[in-house]
Structure formats: structure tokens, C-alpha cells
Ligand binder design. Sequence first.
Ligand code: SAH
Ligand code: SF4
Length: 399
Amino acid sequence: MEFQDIVSLNPAVAATPLDERAKLGAQPAVPLASKEMRTPITGFTFAGLSAELAKMGKEKYRAQQIFFWLYRKRVRSFAEMTNVSKEVRAFLEEHYYIPAPTRVSLQVSREDNAQKHLFRLTDERTIETVLMPIKDRLTQCVSSQVGCAMACGFCNTGDMGLMRNLKTHEIVDQVIEVARNYPAEIVQKFGDRITNIVYMGMGEPLHNLQNVLDSIDILTHPHGFNISHRKITVSTSGLVPQMLELGRRSKVNLAVSLNATTDEVRSEIMPINRRYNLKALLDGCRRYELGPGRRITFEYVLLKGLNDSRSDAQRILTLLSGIPSKVNLIPFNPHPASPFQRPELPEVLAFQKYLLDRDLTTTIRISKGPDILAACGQLRSKEALRSKHAERRARESVQ
Ligand code: SAH
Ligand code: SF4
């Protein structure tokens, strides 16, 4: 199952075969914004923007107007903020700018219309975000870092290492820029806003906690995208202290990548387990401040012959006992150079049935096909690979 490449904004890129595009992406198409002295306005929370305006002697209600234009109308310039006075617009123009990541490519799944957007940031690094229309939900999977430091053995992103954290505005801008380009059929079905956000793209969101929290603040603000906290899920490999902090500071849903039922196997595939082992992780989950009626989602990547046995299913039940939980099984999505294999579908279904029969809500992330799996939670484009090499060259040049 393949994504069909339908749009590339740069005609030179569009006319080039996919394999060649990574090279094209390496050429700066826009001036580097490091020269930009102004501040990206989509990095401010509502409170932050109000404070900025107050500091400059501007009326506080302007923040409400500006949020409306930025997140409801998704304007690209301050000039379009027509109910904001000329004087305030001139002030905004002088101190801030409305950032827009450059879209390098857009691929659409032939199977289900999922859209995979590849964006280039101002420092030439690239990130991906995926829009998934699934039944009555329009879910966007966002990235929180370029690469990831956690080095999980089965994950393509982990293999890249961490290049850097995304800034708050770079997380929010993924949502704005995709919304600016919703195709007509999406708008017709869902209106003009996504219904759900999952922090399951590139990176470990809790390794960039403050920026992730600020981005959530912006996306949930009633004057912003106004997405309910209940519709946002942050997924973690298990950074326990940060996970508990997330629980204290936000009401979003938590997903934990369990992925193994013994410390031996988990440490082998997820190095973070050597710092926070299963006991520490699950004790943390027991202490996590869950709202009434809420449950923690445990993601479980099924790896053939490694963590997919009947004993594993039994141990999941024991490990999760006492935690309001549901399980999301993700049959491993193979990628080049990976030593792991995906179990056959009947084994996946049997694993699910075992848990379901024992009253543990268990879903399988499979129906939407491998192309979505490849897109969400395990991102590593050719461009990302390229930026890994660019990163190395940049490091070498300053040594
Ligand atoms: N870093 C966070 C969020 C991004 S990964 C985390 O690890 O939770 C999102 C999900 O994709 C995780 O549950 C991860 O275990 C899963 N994943 C990563 N690579 C995968 C692969 N090749 N096949 C199936 N699932 C994968
Ligand atoms: Fe990072 Fe998550 Fe991939 Fe692990 S699974 S390397 S934490 S993105």
C-alpha cells in the first residue's frame, strides 16, 4: 500500500522522481529565517500574547481578535486582520511574524485518503505530520521533535537520533498549515477543524514537555482551535517524572508505549526501560492523575516471536491490573534494515481475543493499512535521512 504523491508546491520538486526529491530538498528554497529578527506569533499562548500586548500598552481584548484570525481564519498576514486597528497591525508587523513551514510534499494514501505532509523548517530540517480522516474523526498526528533520542530498536525515527526539539510554534504550525490546505471533501465532512490530535509523530513529546504543553494550551484555547483536552492524546515511551508532570499540568489523554512484558525484552527494544523499568513505569501509571472515567492507552507494537506469545498476553493482564486501561495493538510495520517481523494477522487477532475475553478493551491499529502505520509514529522520510547527513556535516564544519 503506497501513498500517492499528489502535490509538491515547488514545481521543480513536483517534476522530479521521489528518490531525487531528497536531494532537491537540500537546496535552500527560502531565505533562512535565522535572519528574521521578529518573533513567531504562533508560539504565544493566549496568556503570553495578552501579556505581550499589555506590556506594549495595547488593549488586552486584542489577543482574542488575533487568536481568531490566526487559528479560525488561518490568515497568512497581519494585513488580513481587518477588525484590528491599523496602529495595532503596524505594531504586530514590526515585532512579530506569522510563520508558515514550507511544504515540500504531500502524499495521499490511495486506500483511505490519509494525507502525509512533509514540511521544511527554517533551518532546513524536515518533519512530517499526518491527517487521518477515520469514520467521524479527523485526527492529526503531529511531530514534537526532529528525530528522537530514545533509540527504540524497532522505530525508524529512533534510528535518526535527536536533532532538536521543535519550538512551540513549529508544533502548532503543523496544524495550522494542514488546515489551510484541507481538501474540499474534508471541509464538507468535518467543517474546518480537526477533531483529534495525537502526539505520535516524530519524537518523544515528554522530552520536549514545556513546548508540548504550550502547544496544547494554544490548540485547546477557546479562542484558538478550541479542541477539547479529551480529544488530544500524548504518547510516551515512558519518561516517568515528565509523565507525572503532564498529568498534573494537563487534562489530555495519555498513551504509554508498553511494547513488552518483561524488563529483559523491554530493555532490549526500548533503552529507556533501563532508566525507568516496568515497575517504575506502571507505578507511575498508577499514580497518574486520571480524570473521572478516563483510561490510559497502552500501545503495544507486536513483534513476531519476541513479544507476541500467549504468556505475553497473560503478563499484560497482570501488569495492567489496577490501572484503568485500554490496549492498542500495533502490528510492527517493517522498514528497511530492521531485524523485526510483523506477526501474521490470525496471531494478532488471537492476541487481541485473549485480552478481550478477559475484559480488557483492546483495539488493533491495522485496518487503515500499513501506509498509515508508516506515517504515524515511525516517521523517517528520505528527507529526514538527508537532514541527518546535513546535521553531521554541520557538526563537522564547526569542529
Ligand atoms: N515517542 C512516542 C510517540 C511517537 S511513537 C512513543 O514512543 O510513544 C508512536 C507509537 O508508534 C509508539 O507506540 C511506538 O511504539 C510505535 N511505533 C514506532 N515504530 C513502530 C513500527 N515500526 N511499527 C509499529 N509501531 C511503531
Ligand atoms: Fe522515539 Fe517513540 Fe520512536 Fe521510541 S518509539 S524512538 S520514543 S519516536
